[in-house]
Design a protein around this ligand. Structure first.
Ligand code: ZN
Length: 377
């Protein structure tokens, strides 16, 4: 592992340059043209060490699969990343890439452009040190993770099914860079409430307020939250009515659901589907579903983490694990039963926020950790 660490330290300037290039090539989820341009940049920067394949995931959306040269082909190890960021085009002008206070700053640097650069550098470390790699090593970069991976999900799942392990390049947790061995599943639901409009002054009693019904439903939804089970139901948006002198005919509640265990996903789905109006003159209809299944900490995931922990210890890092309520594409691969380790990307803070930054001092050990994992898996 020390030779990987030495490689990363010796090549620090080059790795930082690659991170800068990736950050400065903006790639918001809503501009496929720019996301594709970003994928082209990745192809260019890896042309000497990998074979590139673009896989169509929607009409013009593409995922990029890089297969690195030199693996012996005894099974596949899959690294997983995304090209898109939450930052609109032009953000780079007011939030330029910069190096300051021991950190690299810029839109998407943590989530997850540095993670991609770190993995590419890990492969370069393996090439430079002449280490034999038993597996075929692939990096899949999808275009739509920040918007729920609706289009790329089946490509990710197909690649995962062919893999012995999945390494997710999302940022680590906190400034310690803890790995993520469990993630909650995420669901989005909309509860539509239909009432009966009436004049609030003239004809109040003939109305059935959808707003009042929605308010009652919100209280009901709130009761489904069970913190002990890691189950949360958040009615985050409520809308309804037209004006104060009208008994409201319509209302709508948007609900975010998080589950720690797959069985709770089915439970909550049933609870929501069975919602009925408390006022019999109103009607309630629910749409939506689970977007990402939970990533449960299986035996395989625990073993993978122990391997990572040993590699990190060898280079002086006390690696810890964490559980998070946020989802990633690792949720999909773990749900298939493929051992998945997440949070292997950069160490920093401020994902999706204006203080998004990574710790320069933690680039090298992440490169060494990923190179070590690829070698040992
Ligand atoms: Zn991300």
């Amino acid at each position: 592992m020390h030779s990987f660490l030495k490689f990363a330290n010796d090549n620090r300037a080059g790795i930082i340059r690659l991170i800068q290039e990736l950050v400065e090539c903006e790639s918001p989820s809503d501009s496929l043209e720019h996301v594709n341009r970003f994928l082209d940049l990745l192809v260019e920067r890896t042309s000497d060490i990998a074979t590139a394949e673009k896989i169509g995931v929607s009409q013009s959306g593409k995922a990029l699969k890089l297969t690195f040269h030199g693996g012996d082909g005894d099974g596949q190890v899959l690294a997983l990343g995304h090209a898109d960021t939450v930052w609109p085009l032009g953000t780079i002008e007011r939030m330029p890439f910069r190096e300051r206070d021991g950190r690299l700053w810029g839109p998407g640097v943590l989530d997850m452009k540095a993670g991609l650069a770190i993995f590419i550098s890990a492969v370069r470390a393996l090439v430079a040190t002449g280490v034999r790699v038993r597996r075929t090593v692939c990096l899949l970069v999808v275009p739509d993770e920040e918007t729920g991976s609706t289009y790329s999900r089946c490509v990710t799942e197909a690649e995962a099914r062919n893999s012995l392990a999945v390494l997710v390049l999302e940022p680590g947790t906190g400034l310690e860079g803890k790995l993520k061995t469990s993630r909650k599943g995420v669901g989005h639901y909309t509860v539509y409430v239909e009432g009966k409009a009436a004049h609030a002054g003239v004809d109040f009693e003939s109305g059935a307020s959808a707003v009042l019904e929605a308010a009652r439903q919100v209280l009901r939804l709130n009761e489904l939250t069970d913190l002990g089970r890691g189950l949360t139901v958040n009615p985050g948006v409520i809308q309804g009515g037209t004006r104060s002198n009208v008994v409201a005919a319509e209302a709508r509640i948007e609900v975010d659901v998080r589950v720690q265990r797959l069985e709770d996903a089915a439970f909550i789905e049933e609870q929501l589907r069975d919602l009925t109006a408390l006022d019999s003159r109103c009607r309630v209809r629910v749409e939506g579903g689970l977007n990402r299944p939970p990533m449960e900490r299986t035996e395989g995931i625990a073993r993978l983490f122990q391997t990572a922990r040993r590699i990190a210890a060898d280079i002086g890092i006390d690696l810890e694990e964490s559980a998070t309520g946020g989802g990633s594409d690792g949720n999909f691969t773990a749900a298939l039963g493929v051992p998945t380790l997440d949070g292997l990307g950069a160490v920093g803070e401020g994902a999706h926020a204006s203080n998004e930054s990574i710790l320069i001092d933690r680039i090298a050990d992440r490169v060494a950790l990923l190179a070590g994992l690829v070698r040992l898996l």
